[in-house]
Design a protein around this ligand. Structure first.
Ligand code: ASP
Ligand code: MG
Length: 417
């Protein structure tokens, strides 16, 4: 007997029929003798609709009221699932973030979880075998008593945080895919499902564009060493042996991965924009003059490339920002023109970032060099490069994204045979 957190995303609770299906998944685990807490998202499309209503009412709305509105989607699904479970003869009770409570910061619309009191839920496991059905994505700010939300995709983070607070054995994330793939199967049909991925790798994959999990949830998994199992909610509940190993991907600590490949996966993102600041003085303080104002505007800069100047006087500096921040970033640089002192700014939005990820890179040399060669053979120009211990990222023309991803996927032996 163990303790499980089961999280179901929007497509898995999209309508009443699917919620009934989720209830049968939960019943299977309860029947197997586990303590179960379920975390649910809003029905798919619901949060977008709620966000739309808030914006339509007023473009400049109070963030506390935005949270009051958008948190309601999860309230509905938690109640419905509790009803469905009760209909199957299972003790179940819904919980909103404030009822547990899940305490968060007061950064409305992107709050961080500060603490969760799981004692009442655990005591009900013991005394009544009661399933806790928890609304994901939301919490409460202690001092103000206001409802908060954790940012889009935040119910993954709720689930992992709750799993840690309840000392669960595992956090199962049920979704519309049956695991984490070497890359997006829509781009590379030969992509393989990974059995295991290290937290660090998943963190890079999620930050670099893989959309299976919210990045913050993987961070929490790493911090608490909470195994996260990504699996499909569309398998028939009755076909699954609760004691067997179902298809899915386990995100776990590196030590548990025996056979590791040099490259685990390839992520990509087309939501990138490139800004090049031309002819700036090569002297101390210039980078600060560029990136200080961007940081003040909360613009996340990703890749940064600066040349060593030939004459010791002038150089260029290129960086990337999320496409959504492109206009603001350009404005910010334009406003700081006097301080920076550049000749001109070149910008491009038709760029994409392709990232190659694997913990095996720590101990293997020449991994990136092979990519440069393979891409050059396909005439794909690389605009910028960044590297870390377990990843390198290449900025290329967006038109070549698919070709580059496919080329690298084959190059590193990830194609399904
Ligand atoms: N319902 C929220 C969203 O769509 C949270 C989640 O589903 O994870 O962003
Ligand atoms: Mg999600």
């Amino acid at each position: 007997m163990g303790r499980l957190v089961m999280k179901f995303g929007g497509t898995s609770v999209a309508n009443v029929e699917r919620i009934q299906n989720v209830a049968r998944h939960v019943k299977r685990e309860v029947d197997a003798g586990h303590d179960v807490a379920v975390v649910v998202s809003a029905m798919s499309g619901k949060t977008n609709e709620l966000v739309g209503w808030a914006k339509e009412t007023s473009a400049l709305h109070d963030a506390r009221e935005y949270d009051a509105v958008v948190a309601s989607g999860e309230q509905v699904t938690s109640g419905l699932l509790a009803i469905a479970l009760q209909g199957l003869g299972i003790q179940a009770r819904s919980w909103q973030g404030w009822q547990i409570p899940i305490h968060t910061s007061d950064a409305h619309a992107s709050a961080r979880i500060l603490g969760i009191d799981g004692s009442e839920i655990v005591s009900r496991f013991k005394t009544r075998k009661e399933v806790a059905v928890i609304a994901g994505f939301q919490g409460i700010h202690k001092d103000s008593g206001r409802i908060t939300t954790l940012g889009r995709g935040g119910s993954d983070t709720s689930a992992v945080a709750i799993a840690a607070a309840l000392h669960a054995d595992r956090c199962d994330i049920y979704t519309d895919v049956d695991g984490v793939y070497t890359t997006d199967p829509r781009v590379v049909p030969k992509a393989k499902r990974l059995d295991k991925v290290a937290f660090e790798e998943m963190l890079e994959m999620a930050s670099q564009g893989a959309k299976v999990l919210q990045v913050r949830s993987v961070e929490l998994g790493l911090v608490h060493n909470m195994p996260i199992f990504v699996r499909s909610s569309f398998d028939k509940p009755e076909d699954i042996d609760p004691h067997g190993t179902p298809p899915g991907t386990l995100i776990c600590s590196e030590e548990e991965i025996v056979e590791s490949q040099v490259v685990t996966g390839i992520a990509f993102s087309k939501d990138e924009a490139q800004i090049s600041v031309r002819h700036i003085e090569d002297k101390p303080g210039i980078a600060a003059a560029i990136f200080g104002p961007l940081a003040d505007a909360s613009i996340n800069v990703d890749m940064i490339v600066q040349n060593v100047s030939e004459d010791g006087k002038y150089t260029d500096l290129t960086f990337t920002v999320p496409a959504t921040d492109f206009v603001r970033a350009k404005d910010t640089i334009a406003k700081a023109k006097d301080k920076i002192g550049y000749a001109k700014v070149d910008a491009a939005t038709d760029v994409a970032k392709v990232s190659v990820i694997g913990i095996g890179m720590r101990s293997h040399a020449g991994v990136a060099a092979r990519a440069f060669k393979a891409l050059s053979e396909r005439n794909i120009n690389i605009r910028a490069i960044t590297t870390s211990e377990i990843k390198f990222s290449l900025l290329i023309d967006a038109a070549y994204t698919e070709l580059a991803v496919r080329t690298l996927h084959t190059l590193y032996g990830l194609d399904q045979t």
